[in-house]
Every structure is written in structure tokens, then in C-alpha cells.
Design a binder for this molecule. Structure first.
Ligand code: ATP
Ligand code: MG
Length: 392
């Protein structure tokens, strides 16, 4: 029944002279999203919106699912398209459409006609009145409410006739590519994929870094992170995933430093390495899935000590004020949860102390990190240069 989609966006429409840039980015992302969907699509921008029209047969469900993942879209309206063959034919089509889409006729409606083609023989107001009358005749149970209708029936007269009334919520946010680039510290947990999703939603392109510790962490744990990156990339577009071998550094810290400070010192090295790779790849910030008080390494005191090693870039922590349940809800919504809860080991948890410090002292941590001074710089460079880079 539907041959096209009308794509609505809000936030990006108010961006003044940047508007063209944003619209072009949105068109590009819509095309990217539809690339792997069966069918041939024409994507065009007109004033204040984007139109997608399928040429011939296409996978409707697949197209809709893909469009729902495009940031920058506030709403998606499936559109019935038909030839202009006179007003009677138009009215018939509208009646058939309403009958099919709204089997339960217990609703109020308003007609909203627009003429993009001014040579049409009736004015918009006349079209509204006449179509409304015919609908009421066909379905006496429905009624008109011009102020707060349940259903707004839109008819657009262009070269062809475009009819729509269904409004499906979009992903919101800003089109990918309009907000710079950031490096996500991506683990196999629940939080970091959600954190990446949230920053990507603001139009930011993602790179990601994953620290693994073979043979203590398995190939399957790494595959899980690759799978999570794929899920996030369905929204965020391509992600370069940097897989860093952290075993040597982790073991060395374990050997030289007090065990209750292991997690914090490890996290400081993760941040340092992430910042280095981020700067080498023109990223403008780091992203983590931290949330205040969730674990010992995420108390205010721990966050402060972790944060101080990042020298140039801002660290974005979009989940900082979220409860676990709120994070889980987003994780489920974006389709990551099932993968995130697969029970594979995480490099952070392998050597954790029974009683990790919750109020680390920056001075003590710095002092103990000095125990590493002999070899850590070389290990750092080896970890960075030996990383595996995967295009997701
Ligand atoms: P997550 O669910 O994201 O794993 P978490 O609750 O398990 O988070 P931590 O393990 O303390 O929390 O990690 C805090 C943040 O540090 C993570 O959200 C992630 O951004 C980053 N991080 C932790 N472990 C790794 C890792 N192995 N590789 C990359 N980043 C990591
Ligand atoms: Mg984790």
C-alpha cells in the first residue's frame, strides 16, 4: 500500500545557515541506511523535510526498520502515492485508505490538503471540505475535530498525489557526521554501548577502543565487543574499532602495585592509551559508560583520579547520572542488551582485588605508578602500535 516515506525533522531545521549542511547530512544517512534494504529508493530534500520514494517493489518493513535508526529524524510517515485522475478518484482513494488503515472507525479526524501544484482546479480549503464530507458520508461513525483530531489526514497534490496520516517516531538527535568525532571506550558490558549510542545520537562519529587481555580474556569476549560495535554502528554509521592488547601492562601493574589500587591504575592506563589513539585519529573527546557510584572505580574520588591522566581531551560520560535500570532500558531499546549480558570475562574483572579502594588518593596512586617507570613506557608504545584495527 505504501510507496514512499515522508521524513520529518525538527531540531536541525532551526540551524539557520547551517541548515543545508544538516539536511545534506540527513539525506546521506538516509541513503546509507537504505543501502542494504531490498528495493530502489530515491531520497530527496524538499522544503523542511526529506522524501523517500521507492521505485517498484521494495521491502517495506526493512525500510522502516532502517529509517528508525537514522539520527536526526523525528518522525516517519508512510505515504500512499497515486496518480492524479480527477477529484472523484482522489476521494475514492482516500476512503479506501481510511477504511484499510483504521478498521475501528471510532475516531476524530481533520483533513489537511496542500497544493504544491497551483494549477490544481480546487483550493486547499475546498479539497478539505469536500474530502471531509465524503469521508463522513462513507463512515458515519467518525467525526471531525479541527482542534485536536485523533487522525490528521494529509493530502499533498504534487505531480502525483501523496496521502499519509500515520506518524511513526524516529530516533531523534542529529544526523551522524554533523557533530565531530569521539573515541568510545567500549567494553563488553551494558553501559559503554549505551554511552556510545547517546553521544552518536548528537551527530558524533564514533571510533572505539577495546582493551583485551589474552589469554585471560577469550576470542569470544572480543567477538562480543565486535558484535556490540556492530549494533551501535547500525545507528552511528561505520566505527573503527581499535583492539589493544592490554595483557602485558595489566600483569606488570599486578606485579608492581598494591592490589587494591590495581583497578584504578589500570583504568588510568586505559584512559592514557585511549587518549593517544584518539588524538592520532582526530577525535575530539573520549566517551565512557561510567555512572557515579556504580562500582568502586566510579566513586567521585575514583573518577577524579582516573580523569586526571587525560591531558587534552574532554571525557564525555553521558550516563553519569543514570541508574542501572535506566541504562538497561536504553540498552534494550537499541537492541544491545541480549549481547551485553552474554557471560564472557572482562579484562577489568580478572585480577580485581577483594577490597578495591573507593577513595583513592591521587598522591599515593602517582607514587605507586612510579614503581612502573622502568618498562611501562615501552609497554605503552607496544600496546598502541600493536593494536588491531577493525572496520565495523
Ligand atoms: P560497561 O558496562 O560499559 O563495561 P561497567 O559498569 O562494567 O561498564 P567498568 O568496567 O568500571 O564499568 O568500566 C567503566 C567504563 O570504562 C566502561 O563503561 C567503558 O567505557 C570503559 N571500559 C571498561 N573496561 C573496558 C575495556 N576492557 N575496554 C575498553 N573500555 C573499557
Ligand atoms: Mg565493564
Amino acid at each position: 500500500m505504501f510507496q514512499a516515506f515522508l521524513i520529518k525533522y525538527a531540531e536541525i531545521a532551526i540551524k539557520g545557515k547551517n541548515r543545508n549542511l544538516f539536511e545534506d547530512a540527513l539525506v546521506k544517512q538516509v541513503r546509507r541506511a537504505l543501502k542494504d534494504v531490498d528495493g530502489e529508493f530515491v531520497v530527496e530534500k524538499t522544503r523542511g523535510r526529506v522524501n523517500v520514494e521507492a521505485k517498484g517493489n521494495f521491502d517495506y518493513d526493512g525500510a522502516l526498520a532502517a529509517l528508525k535508526k537514522v539520527f536526526g529524524i523525528t518522525a516517519i510517515c508512510p505515504v500512499k502515492v497515486f496518480e492524479d485522475e480527477g477529484f472523484d478518484k482522489l476521494a475514492e482513494e482516500v476512503i479506501a485508505y481510511v477504511d484499510e488503515q483504521y478498521p475501528d472507525k471510532n475516531f476524530t479526524f481533520k483533513m489537511h490538503a496542500r497544493r504544491a501544484r497551483k494549477d490544481y482546479p480546487m483550493l486547499s480549503m475546498e479539497i478539505n471540505a469536500e474530502l471531509g464530507g465524503r469521508l463522513l458520508e462513507a463512515f458515519p461513525e467518525i467525526s471531525v475535530d479541527v482542534h485536536d483530531p485523533d487522525v490528521m489526514i494529509n493530502v499533498e497534490i504534487r505531480e502525483k498525489i501523496y496521502l499519509y496520516s500515520i506518524v511513526i517516531p524516529g530516533a531523534g538527535g542529529m544526523p551522524t557526521g554533523t557533530g565531530g568525532k569521539a573515541m568510545l571506550l567500549l567494553s563488553g558490558g551494558i553501559d559503554s554501548p549505551v554511552a556510545g549510542y547517546m553521544i552518536a545520537k548528537r551527530g558524533v562519529v564514533l571510533n572505539a577502543v577495546y582493551f583485551h587481555a589474552p589469554p585471560y580474556t577469550s576470542e569470544r569476549a572480543k567477538q562480543k565487543v565486535v558484535d556490540l560495535a556492530k549494533i551501535v554502528s547500525e545507528y552511528a554509521g561505520n566505527i573503527w574499532l581499535h583492539v589493544v592488547n592490554f595483557t602485558e601492562i595489566q600483569k606488570y601493574i599486578y606485579e608492581k602495585c598494591p592490589h587494591e589500587e590495581l583497578t584504578i591504575i589500570m583504568r588510568r592506563y586505559m584512559m592514557r592509551i585511549a587518549e593517544r589513539i584518539a588524538l592520532d585519529n582526530d577525535c575530539q573527546g573520549l566517551i565512557t559508560g561510567e555512572s557515579i557510584g556504580q562500582v568502586a572505580s566510579q566513586t567521585m574520588a575514583s573518577l577524579k583520579v582516573t580523569n586526571e591522566v587525560v591531558k587534552e581531551l574532554p571525557v564525555f560520560r553521558p550516563l553519569i547520572g543514570f541508574d542501572k535500570q535506566e541504562i538497561v532500558e536504553i540498552s534494550e531499546k537499541i537492541g544491545a542488551f541480549e549481547t551485553s549480558i552474554l557471560p564472557f570475562e572482562d579484562c577489568c574483572t580478572i585480577w580485581v582485588a577483594k577490597h578495591p579502594v573507593t577513595k583513592p588518593s591521587p598522591e599515593r596512586i602517582r607514587k605507586h605508578e612510579n614503581f612502573l617507570s622502568d618498562d611501562i613506557d615501552e609497554m605503552f608504545e607496544r600496546a598502541v602500535s600493536g593494536r588491531e584495527i577493525i572496520k565495523i
